[in-house]
Each structure stands twice: as C-alpha cells, then as structure tokens.
Design a protein around this ligand. Structure first.
Ligand SMILES: [Zn+2]
Length: 127
C-alpha cells in the first residue's frame, strides 16, 4: 500500500482569526460595526472546524430612545439571538447577541439596531 504525506502542512504565513484577535481585538469589533454600548464579551475558536463563536452584548445603563417620539424606553428583558456568517475572517462564525427589548411608555416595544446586520453585512439571523 502506498501512502504519501507531506510531513509539515502548516505554513508560517497562515494567519488565523485567533491570531488576529489576540493581536487586536478591536479589529473584530470594528468589522462587526460595534461601538459603545455594544461590546464583545467572548470569542472562541475551533481551528479544526474553522468555526468561531462570538458573544456580544449591549452594556447595561445605556439610554434607549424611542425612534418615534424620542422618549427614553425601558428595557426589562434581553433576548439572545444567534446570527451566522459563513466567511468571517475565513471562518464560519456564529454571533451570539444579547439584545435588549426596550419599550416606550407611549409607543410600545421598539427594536434596537443590530450593527452587524446593517446593509451589505452577510450575517443572517438563524434563531
Ligand atoms: Zn415613543
């Protein structure tokens, strides 16, 4: 039986998202379009599967203004959403977002903007 291996497949020039993240986590936030009060709370990498999981949340105490009347809304709860991108720094990426669900006393519930879902972004909501 004949088998042929290359003994060393790894190239020193192959930069993984993990390398990028370790060097400059701000690049990730910028690529996602995140700015205060959004923040990345954790990132995990599965090199073999080329999968990355990023958790983000909206920091508490931020004012959420109603888009209709501008009044400050109350957010009594958050919901967790999972978004998927099939090629974020060449990895399949799951973004787990804790998103507030604010309510205006006059107009009712409203949505906060998800920066990573802006036009042209390839993140899609999967659950
Ligand atoms: Zn309102």
């Amino acid at each position: 039986m004949y088998s042929h291996y290359k003994t060393n497949e790894t190239s020193p020039l192959k930069v993984t998202p993990e390398d990028i993240y370790m060097q400059d986590a701000a690049i990730f936030a910028a690529t996602l379009g995140l700015s205060h009060p959004w923040q990345i709370t954790s990132v995990s990498f599965a090199k073999d599967a080329k999968r990355m999981d990023i958790s983000v949340e909206f920091s508490g105490g931020s004012v959420l203004s109603c888009p209709k009347c501008g009044k400050e809304g109350n957010s009594m709860c958050t919901e967790t959403e999972c978004w998927f991108h099939d090629d974020f720094f060449r990895y399949q990426t799951y973004l787990h977002a804790r998103v507030p669900c604010p309510e205006c006393t006059c107009c009712g519930a409203f949505q906060v903007e998800r920066p990573w879902s802006r036009k042209g972004s390839r993140f899609t909501l999967i659950q």
